[in-house]
Unconditional design. Structure first.
Length: 470
């Protein structure tokens, strides 16, 4: 055993030393492509290097930072020839924050990149050719689109600061504005820093586990203008609680809810288990299209409401409902898609693994007076096969799985249940392509795919695929 592992180590070491460049060496590269993470991709004597911040078409100088057997990473040192798609990032802390990855690329080029990524994955992983992948549906104004911010709080001499963690670290950097957040979020964070500082509230310190205020979470209902402020504290007591909340509610127009969440654990997880209302309501409300949603401190809700309406509108169009259909919505979360579908279907059945999300889904169905939708807690790949065995059928199945895609048991059950149409909403083109291949082999044809830009200036790609039974 010892011998073998020693031999292996030796083999790896010599392979690495056979690379065409050494660590810290600077080489010239032509960037040919962008990786799914948004890094420039270049080849040096056949060896692939990923360069954050570099764009296709650019000739650059890059310094090798990390070299592996098959590929490595390099730092952008100088741009010798600048791509036409390069633009100046609007955000002053773009590099230090790392929350956005594509602000240096013109928005039209971002949209084209996202479409190409879907196409490439379909072809390479799914072996799906000739299927139209439409131009990415982008935003008219791709800024200030997020309705939820989670801001870590720290201290400097003179008071509280809050903003973001410097890339790959836990150092908190103060920030006045995040250009992808709703303006109200900046206002809330500024006021909390100012007023809580005035009342002598200390920030939580991760190292010592002393101090009180850990995070400020803001939520904004775009359609209603309602604002929720969540103060996440290391402990139960919040000094000057009444004065603090009164003042916040007074100075920020639109505040409908101020909530305290208690998290005393030594963890990166933001929320703790206990939540209590300090001022106003437990929920704020928002609408997407004609559907109303109640949002609590803990509930999941799509972060870009404008694009969510487009995405789920597409899903509804592909479902082509006439009012007679039974529809299954797998991975339904708080029922956003289910309620959209229920406007046009006979009956909708939603399945989701998180019990709290199903509670929210049921509340949202009541809020909209919809009685043709039912929700079940469980794994889609367990619950839907059970439904099938009990003799239930579906005319349309919609899936919206997490990044890892659908479980194969679910895809096999869909093929066996033979719904006329399948609508696949995906946040990961690689697993989308893998799963479309399985569905195609199970008797479906992919008609078309529509990418929708839910997260401008980041490398996230959302798309919706329409499949028909053949
Ligand atoms: N359509 C939803 C969001 C879907 S996100 C909405 O718009 O609100 C993916 C969801 O799948 C998450 O809510 C996650 O909790 C759930 N999930 C993850 N694995 C699952 C599984 N095996 N079965 C059912 N749901 C699952």
């Amino acid at each position: 055993m010892g011998n073998i592992s020693r031999k292996r180590k030796h083999a790896v070491a010599s392979a690495v030393s056979n690379l065409p460049l050494a660590k810290n060496e600077t080489v010239e590269l032509i960037i040919e492509d962008l990786s799914h993470e948004g890094n420039g991709v270049g080849r040096y004597e056949g060896y692939t290097l990923f360069v954050p911040g570099a764009l296709p078409g650019e000739r650059i100088l890059a310094k090798a930072t990390k070299l592996k057997k098959q590929f490595g990473y390099a730092r952008l040192m100088e741009i010798v020839e600048v791509a036409a798609s390069r633009t100046k990032p609007l955000c002053p802390v773009y590099r230090r924050c790392g929350g956005c990855t594509l602000q240096h690329m013109d928005y039209e080029a971002q949209l084209a990149f996202k479409r190409k990524l879907v196409e490439d994955n379909l072809r390479r992983i799914g072996k799906i050719e000739g299927v139209p992948v439409h131009p990415t549906l982008g935003m008219k104004d791709p800024w200030r689109y997020r309705n939820k911010a989670q801001v870590p709080i720290g201290e400097e001499e003179g008071g509280l600061i809050g903003g973001f963690y410097a890339q790959r670290s836990h150092e908190i950097i103060d920030m006045e504005a995040c250009l992808i957040q709703h303006e109200k979020s900046d206002e809330v964070v500024a006021r909390v820093k100012e007023i809580a500082s005035k009342y002598g509230i200390r920030a939580y310190n991760e190292e010592t586990q002393q101090g009180l205020l850990r995070h400020v979470v803001t939520k904004v209902g775009f359609a209603t203008g309602q604002i929720m402020i969540v103060l996440i504290t290391n402990g139960d007591k919040l000094p000057h609680k009444e004065a603090l909340t009164q003042e916040l509610a007074q100075v920020i127009p639109g505040v409908a809810s101020i909530v305290q969440n208690i998290n005393t654990r030594k963890t990166n997880v933001i929320f703790g288990d206990t939540t209590r209302v300090l001022w106003g309501e437990e929920y704020i409300y928002d609408t997407i299209g004609a559907v109303k949603f109640a949002i609590s401190a803990r509930s999941f809700y799509q972060v870009n409401p404008v694009q969510t309406e487009l995405l789920y509108g597409k899903a509804l169009e592909y479902a082509a409902l006439t009012g007679d259909e039974n529809v299954i919505d797998a991975y339904c979360g708080i029922g956003t898609i289910s309620l959209f579908l229920a406007q046009k279907a006979r009956q909708v059945f939603g399945v989701e693994i998180v019990p709290d999300a199903i509670e929210d889904a049921k509340r949202n169905a009541r809020l909209n007076d919809m009685d043709n939708v039912t929700f079940a807690v469980g794994e889609a790949e367990t619950v839907i096969p059970q439904w099938y065995e009990e003799g239930n059928a579906a005319d349309v199945i919609v899936v919206d799985p997490p990044r890892k895609g659908c479980d194969e048991r679910l895809l096999d059950t869909i093929a066996a249940m033979k719904p006329e149409r399948v609508v696949y909403v995906s946040c990961n083109p690689a697993t989308l392509a893998r799963d479309l291949r399985i569905l195609e082999d199970g008797g479906y044809r992919t008609v078309e795919v529509q990418p929708v830009d839910m997260f401008p200036h980041t490398n996230h790609v959302e798309s919706v695929a329409w499949l028909k039974r053949i």
